[in-house]
Design a protein around this ligand. Structure first.
Ligand SMILES: *[C@@H]1O[C@H](CO)[C@@H](O)[C@H](O)[C@H]1NC(C)=O
Ligand SMILES: *[C@@H]1O[C@H](CO)[C@@H](O)[C@H](O)[C@H]1NC(C)=O
Ligand SMILES: *[C@@H]1O[C@H](CO)[C@@H](O)[C@H](O)[C@H]1NC(C)=O
Ligand SMILES: *[C@@H]1O[C@H](CO)[C@@H](O)[C@H](O)[C@H]1NC(C)=O
Length: 360
């Protein structure tokens, strides 16, 4: 009798646990990418920090304490959206569902490599915009990056104001990882949370490792006898491209138990680890050829393709063998522009006919 009661309890507990796990699996940790919708609005009151704009409970406090940094967070969101869509414009999966956040598009909820890319780019973009915000002085919480402690070689000296990567990384980790904590503040240990945490970190590392040296010349009439250099982040497109390479090489992982702890390990035989700047995933991607509600694939019907190009934008791979229809489109462009003294430019309007193809 007592055994039966215990069994009943265990079962009830298991059901509760399962429900908890399912609710964890269903939410997205990049809802805040929806902030691109409010990027032109000012952040002036604590009431601006709400679920409505895409923040989760644990981010609302951070937002209230850092209203001065929120325009940079919102800019990170739009930079992520633009970069993801331009990097994947010639792919079957073209990052279109990112616009559905804070909803739950399936392709960004399942543990696929596409989701891994979006999480990586989101974290990298935030490191970038916050580090920039520091060096241009929008906040008193941070300022210029520390000067490199390696002595400069040759004829320049370190100076100027570098991007504050240290603070950018610190703030980004706090902000993104807030989504990976349960209401009680504990770090979630589901497979999904572990994947998300790693890919956020990978994005931060890719941004950190992309620093370039920028210099400015001084001296008589630009002779460059004195040169000042500092460490700055490159154009974000370069970071987006670096992450796309990691997307192509993303490591498939599986949850395993090692010394009583759950870890993610590569499924590839003979490989027992992945590095901190590799993207990881655990769910196989569909081919994204046809609409499928289960995977969030929207299919490629109607997508533009190029019959002449080599690569993924070619009509063969893009249309998955269904073929393409040719059509023409007239575009009006400014042309034969002339400069008139002083001071205006006058152009003619020319129509150009484009030969285009779209997938059946
Ligand atoms: C913040 O609140 C003010 C006043 O209600 C509003 O004008 C502004 O657009 C809000 N900003 C955002 C980012 O929602
Ligand atoms: C991406 O694909 C969707 C769905 O096929 C399409 O509506 C959208 O125009 C595409 N975006 C770009 C930039 O090609
Ligand atoms: C569309 O145009 C391409 C190149 O201009 C050509 O190779 C192809 O046969 C055309 N397709 C159809 C269905 O007319
Ligand atoms: C578009 O196609 C037409 C007819 O096939 C051809 O005469 C024209 O040169 C093409 N235009 C371009 C820009 O390729």
């Amino acid at each position: 009798m007592r055994v039966a009661v215990a069994d009943g309890l265990t079962m009830l507990l298991s059901v509760v646990l399962l429900l908890l796990l399912l609710s964890v699996e269903r939410c997205s940790s990049v809802k805040w990418l929806a902030l691109h919708r409010v990027k032109h609005r000012p952040w002036n009151t604590r009431n601006n920090c709400s679920r409505k704009v895409g923040l989760v409970k644990q981010q609302i406090k951070l937002c209230r304490d850092n209203l001065d940094l929120m325009p940079s967070v919102a800019r990170a969101s739009s930079v992520s959206v633009e970069t993801c869509q331009s990097q994947f414009s010639d792919r079957r999966w073209n990052c279109s569902s990112i616009l559905l956040l804070p909803g739950r598009p399936k392709d960004l909820v399942r543990g696929t490599r596409e989701k891994a890319y979006v999480y990586g780019i989101a974290a990298a973009a935030m490191v970038h915009t916050i580090a920039r915000a520091c060096s241009i002085g929008v906040t008193t919480k941070c300022s210029c990056g520390v000067l490199p402690n390696t002595p400069p070689s040759g004829t320049f000296k370190w100076g100027g104001c570098g991007d504050d990567l240290h603070f950018g990384t610190y703030f980004t980790q706090k902000f993104t990882d807030a989504t990976l904590r349960s209401k009680t503040g504990k770090v979630k240990k589901s497979t999904k949370a572990m994947m998300d945490e790693h890919n956020f970190a990978a994005g931060r590392h890719v941004a950190q490792n992309s620093l370039v040296t920028s210099c400015k010349c001084h001296g008589v009439s630009g002779s460059c006898s004195i040169k000042t250099c500092w460490k700055a982040l490159p154009d974000f497109d370069l970071i987006g491209a670096a992450l796309k390479e990691r997307y192509a090489l993303a490591v498939e992982v599986k949850r395993r138990k090692r010394k009583k702890a759950h870890v993610l390990l590569p499924i590839q035989p003979g490989r027992d680890s992945f590095s901190r700047d590799e993207l990881i995933y655990y769910a196989k991607s569909p081919d994204y050829c046809y609409p499928d509600e289960k995977t969030g694939s929207v299919g490629t019907r109607g997508r533009l393709c190029d019959p002449m190009t080599v690569g993924p934008g070619n009509c063969g791979p893009m249309c998955c063998g269904r073929g393409a229809d040719n059509f023409t489109m007239e575009v009006v462009e400014r042309c034969e522009c002339k400069y008139y003294w002083c001071c205006y430019v006058k152009c003619k309007a020319c129509t150009r006919v484009l030969n285009l193809s779209k997938c059946r």
